[in-house]
Each structure stands twice: as C-alpha cells, then as structure tokens.
Design a protein around this ligand. Structure first.
Ligand SMILES: Nc1nc2c(ncn2[C@@H]2O[C@H](COP(=O)(O)OP(=O)(O)OP(=O)(O)O)[C@@H](O)[C@H]2O)c(=O)[nH]1
Length: 455
C-alpha cells in the first residue's frame, strides 16, 4: 500500500469518527424528542420504533467511546435504518419525511462507511423503496417511492464525488504542509537566524544559532540582541533603523573556550504599511573556514586576539564609523616596569603574569569589547558603541583592579592606559598614534593612570 493510500484511509477514519460523534450528538436528542412527541400524540408504533433506534444510538455511542469505529458505525446505520423503515411503511403524518431521510442516509453512509459497506447499505435502503409492495400497505403512492429511490442514488453519487475531492485536496494540502514543515526544520537547524523587533528584542531564534550560543531557543527569545554577546563593531540595532539597506559583516561569538565566526546579513523588514517591523539576521557559520586562520588570529601565550586581527578590526571600525558615526574607543595599555618583573622573577613568571593580566582585563570588559595583545607587555582594547567618558569609567575600574589584584610572587603590578575616541576623518593610523601619545603621557606622568585624548 502506498503512503498516500495509508494516509487516505487514516484520514477517512478520522473524518468518520468526527462525523459519527457529531451525528450521535444530533440524533440522540432528536430521537428522544420524537419519542416524547409520539407518546403525546398517541402514536405508539412510532414511539416503539424510535425507542429501539435510541437504544441503537446509545450502543453506537458506547462502541464509539470504546474506539470500535466499524461497530459503532454499523449500529448507527442500523438505528437510522429502523427510523427509515418506519417512514417508508408507517404513515407518520408527513409524506415529505421519506425525502428527509433520503438526504440524511446517503450523507451518513458515504462519509462513515468504506466502499463495500456503502454499497451494502445502499442496497438495503433501496429494497423497501423498489420492492413492489401492494399499495394498500403503503402510506405513499408507488411513484413517490421510485422518485425517492432515484433521489437516494443521485445523492449518493454526488456525495461520493464531493468526498473524494474533499479528502484528496485535504491530503494534498497536508502533504504540502508536511513538506514545508520538514524544510523549515532543516533550515532551522542548519542556518543561524534571528528575528529582532526594531527595539532589539528577539522574537525568533533558529536552533542553529541557539546551538552556537550554547542556549535553548526559549532562553534566547525575549532577550535583547545586545545581551547575546555577538561581537561586531556595530551591534546595536538602533543603527540599522537609520537606513533601509542591509547590514553586512562578520560577527564573532566567544562561548567559554569555544569561539565562532558568523558571516551575517541583517535585513530590515517592513509591514504592509511600509513601516519597519524589525530585522532578520541570517548568518553563515564560517568558523571552519576561519579555524586555520583562528590559530593565526590568537596570541599563543595569552590566547588573546593578536595584532594582525586587531588591525583588521581597527580598519573595519573606521569604515563603520564613516557610515554610522557611532562612538567607538581605542585603548592601549602597557604594564608598568615589566622589565623588572622579568629581571627579578624570571621570564616564566613574567609569562604567567601576562596570562593572568589577560584574564583580569577580559573579565573587566564587556563581552562586546575586543581585547588583543598588541605585543610584548602591551594590550589594546576596542570598545564599540562607547563614548570616551563611558570608556574612561571602564578603564579606570580596570586600572584599580590591576593595582589591587594579588599577582604571583606578590608582584605589585600596575598598568598605564592611553584612551582615545575615534574622530571624523581620522585614518586608522592617526587614531592609533593619538592613543599611543596618550599612553606615552600616562607613562611620563608617573604611570598607573589613564590619559584620555583631548583636542
Ligand atoms: N615574560 C615575558 N616578558 C616579555 C614578553 N614580551 C615582552 N616582555 C618583556 O617586557 C619588558 C618590557 O620592558 P620595557 O619596554 O623596558 O618596559 P617596562 O619595563 O614595562 O617599563 P615601562 O613600560 O616604561 O613601564 C621587557 O623586559 C620584555 O622582555 C613576554 O612574552 N614574556
């Protein structure tokens, strides 16, 4: 049996169960009412037949509840058949009642029964209508019965056609839906995606991005984009609000010991009225491509980003700044009198201090800040979306932290910082030189301090 045949049958069974349920809910009260009506107008035969049918309906209901679908249907059909026979042979007062059953019977028969049972029941319905009973036993004339038989046949054929069409189109639709769901699952688990409202709230996260972020989808939905810790030089959704174009760039995620690189596009989305309804982030995980480079991207001793990558980030930052003008700061820090650490305790202790310094500095910064080892005992920090005053507060805290940390061998370590916010029309080289001059001044002024750029 093909898959579609199986679907067809199970769908037909489900449909039959639903129809049977509704029919029972409908027929049980109708039959009850008819019994009372029969008792009132003293039609005892009619009352007896309907009472028997009621028993049939109740048994059918019980079988339905016990999930014995075929038995339930046959009991139901038999109960209806009793009522039908009463209408054919007993004058219940209204001649049109036979026609009423001719409408009801085919509906129930066609939708509840499989093909051969339908034929069997149809034959049973036709027998009392077509057999040449003497007219004196019948309440209607013979033309009415042959007319009813014809109507019953026509109605059955019509309903068969309708049902086939109905089920086939339903099945086709559900197959299309299933295919779509399947494709959606593949996309969801393989492509990192986010939907973000204009104010930065995440309303959809694909499984793939949840996996990269080391969180469940539900833990991401409802968060603000800025909280995810995706590092780029312009991660604030506010900047995209300004124009209609896509944002394209590289995002970097650090998850404990693991790190990922995403080549991302962030597209603004619009509603029917042309208003911005949010953003769609679609990314490609390029970590594998970067992994070889990754080793070349990090400093061997501390694990910090190295100068080569940091240089690239500085160039990117200057480029982004020309488009969006979001504040961004560069910090260069240099450990004070580090030579004496080496001279007193040896190079290996010096190495340990450098590693420990990287951790202390990293912990003191936001996830979106980039920390690199610039060379020797010098580190550089890039702080996107940060003004000079905001950066000063962070760096000052870091300076105090370095001063108060217990370093190996009870070394008293301090650090000097140069800090400079990027200005318009500055080249990367100018920005770096200005920051370096600040650092030089910090050293000149006696070390263990932060010097900010001023015009
Ligand atoms: N242990 C260790 N030392 C390093 C490393 N890279 C550079 N250094 C040392 O860092 C010291 C830097 O010394 P200087 O440039 O004179 O500066 P300083 O002693 O820190 O003095 P100021 O910067 O003026 O405060 C040198 O002794 C270098 O050997 C390294 O990877 N490991």
């Amino acid at each position: 049996m093909s898959a579609i045949d199986k679907d067809y049958l199970s769908y037909q069974q489900q449909l039959a169960a639903r129809i049977r349920w509704f029919a029972l809910l409908l027929f049980i009260p109708i039959t009850l009412l008819t019994i009372f009506h029969g008792l009132i107008v003293e039609k005892y035969l009619m009352t007896g037949v309907f009472a028997l049918s009621l028993v049939g309906f109740l048994l059918s209901f019980q079988a339905h509840q016990a999930h014995r679908g075929v038995l339930a249907t046959q009991l139901f059909m038999a109960s209806l058949y009793l009522i039908f026979l009463a209408n054919v042979f007993i004058n219940l007062g209204a001649t049109s009642e036979v026609y009423y059953w001719i409408l009801v019977l085919p509906i129930v028969n066609v939708f509840l029964n499989r093909f051969w049972l339908q034929i069997g029941w149809l034959a049973l319905f036709l027998i009392p209508l077509l057999l040449p009973f003497p007219d004196k036993y019948l309440p209607l004339d013979s033309a009415s019965y042959s007319g009813a038989a014809f109507a019953l046949l026509a109605m059955t054929v019509l309903l068969l056609v309708v049902k086939e069409f109905f089920i086939k189109s339903e099945l086709n639709l559900s197959e299309v839906n299933r295919e779509l769901e399947y494709q959606q699952k593949i996309v969801d688990s393989s492509i990192p995606m986010l939907k973000i409202t204009p104010d930065g709230k995440i309303i959809y996260a694909s499984l793939a991005i949840a996996h990269l972020l080391g969180k469940g989808v539900n833990a991401i939905i409802g968060k603000n984009f800025a909280e995810l810790g995706l590092i780029s030089l312009s991660t604030d959704p506010k900047i995209w609000q300004q124009d209609r174009s896509n944002w394209e760039g590289i995002l970097y995620i650090e998850m404990g010991a693991k790190s990922y690189w995403l080549d991302a596009v962030i597209k603004p989305e619009y509603n029917l009225f042309g208003e911005k309804s949010g953003f769609l982030l679609i990314a490609e995980n390029i970590t594998r491509e970067q992994s070889l480079q990754n080793q070349a991207n990090h400093d061997q001793l501390t694990g910090a980003l190295n100068r080569r990558v940091f240089d690239e980030f500085i160039y990117q930052a200057v480029h982004e700044f020309q488009r969006h003008r979001d504040p961004i700061c560069l910090v260069i820090c240099d450990l004070d009198h580090f030579k004496s650490v080496n001279d007193t305790h040896g190079h290996l202790v010096g190495d340990d201090v450098l590693k420990a310094f990287y951790q202390v500095a990293k912990d003191g910064l936001r996830q979106t800040d980039l920390l690199a080892r610039w060379g020797g005992e010098e580190f550089a920090i890039l702080m996107p979306m940060t003004t000079q005053n905001e950066a000063l507060a962070v760096v000052e805290k870091l300076r105090i932290k370095v001063e108060s940390t217990h370093w190996p061998k009870q070394i008293q370590l301090t650090c000097s910082f140069g800090l400079c916010q990027l200005h318009e029309r500055w080249e990367p080289k100018t920005w770096f030189e200005k920051t370096d001059i600040c650092l030089y001044q910090a050293k000149e002024n006696g070390r263990n301090q932060v010097v900010c750029f001023s015009q």
